[in-house]
Design a protein around this ligand. Structure first.
Ligand SMILES: CC(C)(COP(=O)(O)OP(=O)(O)OC[C@H]1O[C@@H](n2cnc3c(N)ncnc32)[C@H](O)[C@@H]1OP(=O)(O)O)[C@@H](O)C(=O)NCCC(=O)NCCS
Length: 309
């Protein structure tokens, strides 16, 4: 069951102090690595268009390798703690005046407070790529992932056409129709689940998430909509796990399209938290199945303008 959590408050001056102290400590530990930090942050802010948060450009990987050569895991951990703290300060300043995402400042602060609290106790070895929590935290800290209550949002990605092509004739035909209707497979916003933010994983947390995305899309005419891929978008959950049937129902009732896709590594997650689903699976009455959800921009903006209910 999800943890309950009242939400966090970010102490903004304390964050700036923590970033300054981290920079000083890094400088004392290794001045050359400290001198690399601005270039490293700039590379994160200039992540290649359309590249997912965990797809590391060669230049970034090379910088990490160089830092590791100088001081091993300990220096990489310190370097990345400093990257995250320094990035959070700069990203927050930009977010306040962001043309599409300024309304998400309270969510950013909630996520930032959690990241800052967890950083000191996070072992050096996991404070680097490809660890997913690190990849998400550094992307949040550098403004490449946005936090919208139940989900993280990655703006300006494309739907994976290769996976659609491997998903059978019915899916291919429906995908072709929906992608033609929205004007192409990119750019869209992609949503991701993040285990550290599961306290928002409720119907209210999702409806607020979609409302925040709809607001951003209403200010972003080039974006074609939002998409996500998950086992929990499976309409079969209405029978199997009625408590989370809203995950399909809510967007489906408001104009989203669902395409059955070839299963990827996400299906194990379907059984990880539910005794009922495990039991039904063992009895052959439930097989986890991933679905791609695409909610076109036009439908989302219509929903927003009609009151987002
Ligand atoms: C996605 C996820 C957060 C949904 O959690 P959830 O809203 O609690 O819904 P679940 O159906 O998974 O809940 C698990 C069990 O807790 C129960 N439960 C959840 N909230 C409850 C509540 N407030 N009161 C009582 N029981 C509750 C559910 O009924 C379910 O019981 P079951 O064992 O009989 O099926 C959770 O399944 C999860 O963490 N999965 C692994 C990670 C994952 O899937 N990531 C996404 C990859 S695409």
């Amino acid at each position: 069951m999800r943890p309950t959590d009242p939400g966090r408050t970010l102490d903004v001056p304390a964050l700036a102090d923590a970033a300054g102290e981290a920079q000083d400590a890094l400088r004392r530990m290794d001045p050359i690595a400290a001198a690399e930090l601005p270039k490293y942050l700039a590379a994160h802010e200039a992540w290649p268009e359309g590249w997912a948060y965990g797809r590391v450009p060669a230049a970034v990987a090379e910088q990490i390798r160089a830092v590791h050569q100088r001081g091993g895991d300990e220096l990489v951990g310190t370097f990345h703690r400093t990257t995250i703290l320094t990035g959070l300060v700069a990203t927050r300043e930009r977010l306040v005046v962001h043309d599409r995402w300024a309304h998400a400042l309270p969510c950013f602060d909630d996520a930032a407070a959690r990241i800052v609290d967890a950083l000191p106790a996070t072992p050096d070895e996991v404070l680097t790529y490809p660890h997913d929590a690190f990849s998400k935290n550094v992307a949040l800290a550098t403004g490449r992932l946005w936090h919208a209550k139940a989900q993280l949002v990655e703006p300006r990605l494309g739907v994976a056409r290769g996976r659609l092509l491997r998903s059978g004739a019915g899916t291919i035909a429906r995908a072709a129709a929906v992608l033609a209707r929205i004007g192409g497979h990119a750019p869209l916003y992609e949503i991701h689940t993040y285990e550290h933010l599961l306290h928002w994983f409720t119907e209210d947390g999702w409806s607020e998430c979609y409302r925040m995305i709809a607001l951003a899309l209403s200010r972003d005419p080039a974006a074609r909509g939002v998409f996500g891929t998950a086992w929990f978008f499976d309409p079969a959950l209405a029978e199997v796990s009625p408590r989370i049937a809203y995950l399909y129902r809510f967007p489906a009732d408001r104009g989203a399209v669902f395409l059955r896709v070839r299963n990827g590594h996400g299906v194990e997650a379907a059984l990880s938290k539910s005794e009922t689903r495990r039991q039904l699976f063992a009895e052959g009455k439930y097989a986890p199945q991933e679905y791609l959800m695409i909610w076109p921009r036009a439908a989302m903006v219509d929903w927003l303008r009609s009151g987002a209910a």
